[in-house]
Ligand binder design. Structure first.
Ligand SMILES: *Cc1c(COP(=O)(O)O)cnc(C)c1O
Length: 351
């Protein structure tokens, strides 16, 4: 098991001399934004991205003043005052947002910082192509907003072979020509592995910091960061033909030893793992049987010698033997969703 810190060191060595910010939105992908950001700050990371203003407001007091916190979704109308007062930097995604932030600056008779995000082909967030020239004119006429750098986001960086990567890069280069003199932030985790052309001046890895694979289907260059062990709360032996769990959808076909573990869908074990996922015990795969319940899940432990698992024994849901990607695949989702769904009933330990 490694840590976001070791992951950050690995990413930094790939990127050097390009810097990396840390994406700590959604409570650092469910792992604890304050803990992750503080640990990374202590090792020299000074830039942090969250998604919404509320996340930034919560993180701001926990980090020293020279840490910069950027809000990816930009500002909702009405957040300008709080944002200007709290030293949080919005990512401006439209001409309208730029106008509101510029007005907030003029109103305060000061300059306010911002990052400009451009849409290079994802159609999610960012200044659309048709607003570029109006924005360029506005920037010439008014300097109340200080642009720290420009950015865009890759839609298919998890697929090295996707043509969309090259298309977006081309668009980014055109934007850099139209808005010269600014540093560029382009690469998410996947982008870090797409090569130098995608690195710009500031990368924005998220999932790779937390041990997730940045490429879909490919090998994971990162070591696991998260380990999740769940305790056994009861074991039993049932005969062939016994129904297991809600709805009795699983029926044993032989004498079976079962264990019930203390985590269910309320703790982020997707219900789609019902009768298909597994947990591990020292490398032995123990299938999930029947439906995942809200607070517990039943596993088949027949593969282990009798008495191996008893009340309080821990089984591995995530870790060395079962990766985030394994669980995500079994659940029909992605590692991001598994991580950000982890519930708050777990005892969390940071090494
Ligand atoms: C979430 C996000 C990232 C981080 O993406 P990963 O794939 O987790 O590395 C970077 N930039 C933006 C704009 C994002 O929304």
């Amino acid at each position: 098991m490694t840590s976001p810190l070791s992951a950050a060191i690995k990413l930094s060595s790939i990127l050097a001399p390009v810097r990396a910010a840390a994406v700590v939105k959604a409570d650092a992908y469910g792992l604890g934004a304050e803990q992750v950001a503080k640990a990374l700050y202590a090792k020299g990371c000074k830039q942090f991205f969250v998604a919404v203003f509320g996340e930034a407001a919560k993180l701001r007091p926990t980090l020293p003043c020279d840490a910069e916190i950027f809000v990816l979704n930009g500002l909702q109308p009405g957040d300008e005052t709080a944002c200007a007062a709290s030293d949080i930097i919005p990512v401006v995604n439209s001409l309208e947002q730029w106008r509101q932030w510029a007005d907030a600056a003029s109103h305060r008779k000061r300059t306010l910082p911002a990052v400009l995000q451009f849409d290079t082909g994802m159609s999610r967030l960012g200044i659309p192509p048709e607003e570029r020239s109006a924005l360029a004119d506005a920037l010439e006429q008014e300097d109340s907003v200080e642009i720290l750098f420009i950015m865009s986001h890759l839609a298919s960086a998890d697929d090295k072979d996707s043509e969309q990567n090259g298309e977006q890069l081309g668009e980014m280069i055109r934007i850099a020509d139209a808005f010269p003199g600014f540093d560029i932030s382009f690469a998410n985790s996947g982008g870090v592995f797409l090569g130098y052309a995608f690195h710009g001046e500031l990368a924005r890895p998220g999932i790779a910091l937390y041990g997730g694979a940045s490429s879909a289907g490919g090998d994971n260059a990162m070591e696991p960061v998260v380990r999740l062990d769940v305790a056994v709360v009861q074991t039993r032996t049932v005969s062939a033909g016994t129904k297991v769990g809600y709805g009795g959808i699983h029926v044993t076909h032989q004498e079976t030893r079962l264990a019930t573990i203390a985590a269910g869908y309320a703790d982020g074990l997707p219900r789609s793992l019902s009768d298909r996922g597994a947990v591990c015990y020292q490398g032995t795969r123990l299938p999930i049987v029947g439906r995942v319940s809200m607070d517990s899940t039943i596993i088949d432990i027949t593969a282990l010698p009798e008495g191996t698992l008893t009340l309080g024994s821990l089984v591995e849901v995530l870790g060395q033997h079962q990766t985030l990607e394994d669980v995500a695949r079994a659940a029909g989702t992605i590692s991001y969703e598994i991580l950000t769904s982890l519930g708050d009933r777990y005892h969390r330990q940071y090494d």
